[in-house]
Design a protein around this ligand. Structure first.
Ligand code: ZN
Length: 133
């Protein structure tokens, strides 16, 4: 089963918790034992899994990513002027694989699945594929 989640980001950098939508797709897939692939087909966006309980963790991740990969750098060559968004996306990665056990995502207690967009606002697609059984 493959479904697409559509996410409208609202800021230049947005991190959106998509765990409820991913869980819903897994639940409706009927798969009890398998894998859930979460994939973003966009070059300035990425998917990551991290703490969803304390929103300050995501704030700190954004803060440090912006510090590690500055928006402006005289050596950037990409003409669109959004190289930092491409680099942040590439460093984090555009997909994650989550085990499905007993019909549920095997996320840790504090874990959530996030879409991040670094050159928004934009409307983004997240492709979720559930395989197994
Ligand atoms: Zn670009």
């Amino acid at each position: 089963m493959t479904e697409t989640i559509r996410v409208k980001t609202t800021k230049h950098t947005s991190v959106v918790n998509i765990t409820p939508q991913v869980k819903d797709i897994v639940s409706r897939s009927g798969v009890k034992d398998g894998l859930c692939i979460v994939y973003v087909p966009h070059t300035t966006a990425c998917v990551f899994i991290n703490e969803g309980a304390d929103p300050d963790v995501v704030k700190d991740i954004i803060y440090m990513l912006e510090k590690l990969v500055p928006w402006n750098d005289p050596r950037y060559e990409h003409g669109e002027g959004n190289s930092a968004a491409h680099i942040r996306s590439a460093v984090i990665g555009n997909s994650r694989v989550i085990p499905v056990v007993d019909g549920k995502l095997a996320l840790g207690t504090w874990e959530s699945v996030f879409l991040a967009e670094f050159d928004g606002p934009r409307e983004r697609k997240v492709i979720v594929k559930v395989i197994g059984d």
